[in-house]
Write a new protein. Structure first.
Length: 217
C-alpha cells in the first residue's frame, strides 16, 4: 500500500494565490519587507510558499509580496493537503514569530482563533474581552490605527479612577477618546500625579484633548 501524499510541490501563478485574512497586513507592506526583497531579487525563492488545497497562503505572505513587487508571474509553492491556512501558519510560524499585541489583535479580528495556543494567555484574554465588550466598528478602528489591545486596560483604569462603569457605553466612550487623541500616555501621567481628575472627566465628556490645560491641584 502506498503512503498517503500530504505535500505536493508546484509552480503556481501569483494571482491564483489568496492571502489569509488573518495575516497582519503591516507585515507585507513594502517598507517592512527589509532585506528579504533584495535577497529574493538576487537569489530567487529557495523556500516555497506553503498553501492549502484551495490556494490560500498559510506561510509565505512576505515572500509572495516580494514576488508581486518584483513582477513575478509565478512562484514555487507546496500544497499542504488536509490543513487549513491557520493550521499551516501556526505549525510553521507562530511559535517563532515575534508578533506585537497589535498584530495579534489584527490577526484575530481578521479570522484567526483567539484560542490560538501561540497567543500569550493574558493577551488572548484581553483580546477576547475587547471583542465581547466593544462594538465591531470600534474594534476595527483600533486595528486600523495599529493600536495595542492594552488600550482597553487603560480605558478601564481611567474609568475606575473616575468612578465610572468599566464596561458598556461608558467604557467604549473612554476607549474612543483615548484612540482619537492618542492620550493613553498623558492620561496615565495625570492619574498617577497630583492633578485634578475633573480635567480628565471633562476632556472625555466633551471629546477634547488636554491641550496642556492640566494644572496641579
Amino acid at each position: 500500500m502506498s503512503a498517503t501524499v500530504t505535500h505536493e510541490f508546484i509552480e503556481v501563478g501569483v494571482d491564483a494565490l489568496k492571502p489569509a485574512r488573518f495575516n497582519p497586513t503591516k507585515r507585507t507592506m513594502p517598507k517592512n519587507l527589509g532585506g528579504l526583497m533584495g535577497s529574493i531579487a538576487s537569489n530567487g525563492m529557495p523556500v516555497p510558499i506553503v498553501i492549502t488545497e484551495g490556494m490560500e497562503v498559510g506561510d509565505g505572505h512576505r515572500r509572495l509580496a516580494c514576488a508581486k513587487a518584483l513582477g513575478w508571474s509565478t512562484v514555487p509553492a507546496v500544497v499542504w493537503k488536509g490543513k487549513t491556512a491557520q493550521e499551516i501558519w501556526s505549525i510553521l510560524n507562530a511559535h517563532q514569530m515575534s508578533m506585537t499585541p497589535a498584530q495579534w489583535l489584527e490577526a484575530v479580528v481578521c479570522g484567526m482563533s483567539v484560542e490560538q495556543p501561540e497567543i500569550p494567555r493574558k493577551l488572548a484574554n484581553l483580546i477576547r474581552e475587547m471583542l465581547e465588550t466593544l462594538d465591531e466598528e470600534l474594534v476595527w478602528k483600533i486595528v486600523e490605527d495599529g493600536r495595542s489591545p492594552d488600550i482597553l486596560s487603560t480605558a478601564k483604569f481611567v474609568n475606575r479612577k473616575l468612578g465610572r462603569d468599566d464596561k458598556g457605553d461608558s467604557l467604549a466612550k473612554t476607549v474612543s477618546w483615548l484612540l482619537e487623541y492618542n492620550a493613553s500616555f498623558k492620561v496615565r501621567q495625570v492619574i498617577s500625579g497630583s492633578y485634578d481628575m475633573g480635567v480628565v472627566a471633562d476632556c472625555i465628556d466633551n471629546n477634547r484633548d488636554f491641550d496642556f490645560e492640566i494644572v496641579p491641584k
